[in-house]
Design a protein. Sequence first.
Length: 376
Amino acid sequence: MKFKPDWNDAEQRLTDLWEGRPLDRPCMMVLAPQTGPPPADVYGDRWADQNRGDAPPATAEDRWLSPDWLVPHSLKSMSQTWWGGEAIPSVLLMAGWLNSLGGRPHFDHRTIWFDPFPVDFSKPHPFHHDPLDPWVQRFEQLYQKMTEAAGWDNFLIGAPAILPAHDLLSMHIGTTEFMTALIDHPAWMRQAILDGATELLHARNRLRTITERQHRFWYGNAGWMPFWAPTPYVGTQSDVSCMLSPDHFEEFVMPEIDLLGRDCAAMWYHLDGGDACQHLPRLLSLPYLRVIQYVPTPQEPPNGKAHLPLYRRIQDAGRIVHIQVDKTQVEPLCRALDPNLLVLDVSWSCNNADEGRELLAAARRWTSARAPQAKS
């Protein structure tokens, strides 16, 4: 990779993780400010005006959708970052959310959200993917331009960030109305979610055609929680599941998860907070689920030793735990958990590359000092 000269080493370690081979430390993504000159030819002919990477976007919409701002800004940002350990140069394309089954988007400089709108449950559901939707087309144009900038292997583009249908419906209908409709109109909701999930799967596969022939890293997570594996996998989530009983999770969410699992033989899953952990037994029963990435709620302690029972539960089921942690939590986790089933994202917790290298070396020492009872 242009922005990661030691990619071959990182690729081998991530492959060993995926294939279950022993590791001398957990896989670790360590990001820090980069000093020294950037890689040669960072921008290429198409984006030669480097100053465009400095100026702020004209609008919040441009922040997420304008190739003329986002591409040079992303290239400049990646060139100013030290990608240590198994860190994967990439950028978050949150505008993938605009594949939203007819949502009405709003933008600010931090996120994208959708206005709720009323639906008539006596009529067929209105939630469909339209490839000619102007928002969908604008995202495709951005995805194409970013893929061109990435070339064959400059950095990871990955699969687009498309939300699952059930999470989208909770935004479009409104959370209260969504929860009520699961009880009052279950058949309507099951059909809407499954139809939306099927259409979004087609949208994912359509976008795949943009990247898979011209870019090596056409699958995988990019930007927010980067992850790569030697074989294709799908990333998904269910944020609304924190409000659902296990029965409702089985009825309304699992059909969509299974649809993705049948289409792609491996899955990376974002588990959002302690209230969603009630569904962990069901998730751990899925043969295609390979990685669980956990994010505590603001009311919980941050990722670290406070959540060791949860991490062990996931590892005991043979699944990889992927978590974002502060560097102060690396030692207790290295000493307590199986390094062969662990990914620690330590983004921006180190002040410079030297600190990052020291942390990686220390992680090897802490891993070798694991107590026998901590081994799985």
